[in-house]
Write a protein that binds this ligand. Structure first.
Ligand code: G3P
Ligand code: MG
Length: 251
């Protein structure tokens, strides 16, 4: 199976990591959503890639200074297009409710919380609490760039499949195998930049699924799949041919 992950939802068609971007995913025949989650000051888990509001909302400032009530006044859509004026930053609870409606698989990326370990600890617990509401018909993969966070998540939820995320720089350190082993990972989610066939073959030889981010060119996706890659994260799932899509619709 060649898996396409809708990276932050259909993020070239709607503002990334919003309910609108996620709602579009099944319409384009992708079976997996990727989202990023972080935590607010009051412990609310939210779906956001950045730990600040600056890039994807009409406000500036840190997520770690906000509470759930503040989300009502933040516009996460008008930066993208007029069609999405008034779009909200979703809570993770909102996201799970939507996913249960869409009947789709999810890769939840826990962000490497920059507010310190106390908040990272709450983030792990908050994610676990919300995931209890995810329908068991959805496949689930939890990933993180921070192996300490991921190993702790896996310790608290041993049955959940997890993937270690590696940037190009992290991969160059060369100790990726022991990181995967300590995290009891099922998969390695790795940066596309500079990734070689030999690296993919070696990762696969250790029994790991290999997923590559972020792949927006069809030729590169084809090359990666021909090397044995299992999945690619893409912002442009709508451009992929039908052989990659409508593979595993759960409806
Ligand atoms: O999970 C794959 C990819 O999303 C990791 O990078 O920065 O887009 O969250 P980033
Ligand atoms: Mg991500």
């Amino acid at each position: 199976m060649k898996t396409l992950f809708a990276h932050r939802g259909m993020s070239s068609l709607a503002p990334e990591n919003t309910l609108s971007a996620f709602s579009l995913v099944p319409q384009y025949g992708l079976d997996w959503i990727e989202c990023d989650v972080d935590i607010l000051a009051d412990g609310t888990i939210v779906v956001s890639h950045d730990d600040t509001l600056d890039r994807c909302t009409d406000r500036s400032g840190s997520l770690y200074d906000l509470t759930k009530e503040d989300l009502q006044d933040i516009d996460a859509g008008s930066w993208f297009s007029d069609e999405y004026i008034g779009e909200r930053l979703p809570t993770f609870s909102d996201f799970i409710t939507l996913v249960n409606t869409l009947k789709i698989n999810v890769n939840v990326e826990i962000k490497s919380c920059t507010a310190g370990w106390e908040m990272s600890d709450k983030l792990i617990d908050g994610v676990l609490a919300e995931l209890k509401n995810l329908n068991t018909t959805s496949d689930l993969l939890v990933s993180c760039f921070n192996p300490l966070v991921l190993a702790e998540f896996k310790r608290r939820s041993p049955r959940t499949s997890v993937a270690c995320l590696f940037s190009r720089e992290m991969l160059l350190e060369g100790d990726w195998l022991s990181v995967l082993q300590v995290c009891k990972a099922d998969a390695i989610n790795v940066d596309d930049t500079g990734l070689t066939k030999d690296q993919v073959i070696e990762m696969k030889s250790h029994g790991y699924a290999v997923n590559v981010y972020t792949v927006n060119h069809l030729g590169r996706a084809n090359q990666l799949f021909n090397w044995g890659v299992d999945g690619v994260f893409t912002d442009v799932g709508q451009t992929f041919p039908s052989r990659y899509r409508h593979q595993n619709q759960k409806k």
